[in-house]
Design a protein around this ligand. Structure first.
Ligand SMILES: [Cu+2]
Length: 282
């Protein structure tokens, strides 16, 4: 037994480095696969790197720029409802600019900075792509084509773009804005809380009935208390039923109403039976 315990203790001691947090890694010893594709074995990748081929339509390199982009959970804090983000959502450069991007991943997951829509004769799959797994930094360079165009920049790991890791890069004046760029353009799918406010329905119903009474009679005597209760139930039920019927076909609605009526008749019959029973006992 003691021998077994000491073996377990030894195994745990040896395996501690496996659980240790990954140190920040500078991915600067990449293997060059050719055609602008570089990789290392710890999750660093560059695709579509181009340091010297001038895109068609560019007579010269217009400017040489360098930026540092961060990716991480903490940058999404200022965007309610988002989980992940880049530190900057919008970029703008002159056409034919040579740009070096230093991409820093601040999280313990995989992140990418991927630019889409580039000319395919120069950038395989129309893409410039930087990727880092875990905390670290990687750098890549490309030369922009001429013309005013807006390019999508995002992280392509499943759900990362939907959770906020999305930006736009405008060359020249760009050609419009992309949707759902956090803090820049409106989200395509807006949050909808309309079904989560039951208190306000009751308030609305009471207010509407009071208005109706005033309009019809000018005083409070016309409607009996029962009519008001009936109206209130009707007004509360109508939107609830409308919501229930929204996704039903006509046939389903009819079946649903028949079932409701059947249930009501059942209850009435039971009550009558019970009353009859009471009378008979006497
Ligand atoms: Cu990501």
């Amino acid at each position: 037994m003691i021998k077994q315990l000491s073996i377990i203790a030894l195994a745990l001691a040896v395996s501690v480095p496996v659980f240790a947090k990954k140190e920040f890694e500078n991915h600067n010893k990449m293997m060059d696969h050719g055609d602008g594709h570089l990789m290392d074995m710890t999750g660093g990748m560059v695709m579509g790197q181009n340091k010297d081929i001038l895109p068609g339509g560019c007579s010269r390199i217009a400017a040489t720029k360098e930026i540092t982009v961060h990716a991480g959970h903490k940058y999404a804090k200022k965007f309610p409802g988002r989980m992940l983000a880049f530190d900057v959502q919008e970029y703008q450069f002159e056409p034919c600019t040579k740009l070096t991007v230093n991409f820093v991943n601040d999280d313990d997951v995989r992140h990418q900075w991927m630019m889409h829509g580039l000319p395919r004769y120069l950038y395989p799959k129309g893409m410039f792509h930087l990727e880092v797994t875990g905390p670290g930094k990687i750098s890549g360079t490309l030369i922009f084509p001429p013309g005013d165009k807006t390019y999508l920049v995002h992280c392509d790991i499943a759900q990362h773009m939907e959770k906020g890791m999305k930006g736009q890069l405008k060359i020249g004046k760009g050609d419009g804005d992309l949707p759902s760029i956090p803090g820049v353009t409106a989200y395509v799918i807006q949050d909808d809380y309309s079904d989560s406010q039951p208190e306000s329905i009751t308030e609305t119903v009471v207010a509407e009935i009071t208005e109706m009474k005033k309009k019809v009679t000018g005083n409070d005597s016309f409607f009996s208390g029962l009519t008001v209760i009936g109206l209130a139930i009707g007004l509360i039920l109508a939107p609830l039923l409308a919501r229930k019927f929204k996704d039903m076909s006509a046939g389903e609605i009819v079946t649903y109403i028949i079932e409701l009526v059947k249930d009501a008749v059942d209850i009435v019959l039971k009550v009558i039976n019970w009353l009859v029973g009471l009378v008979k006992k006497k």
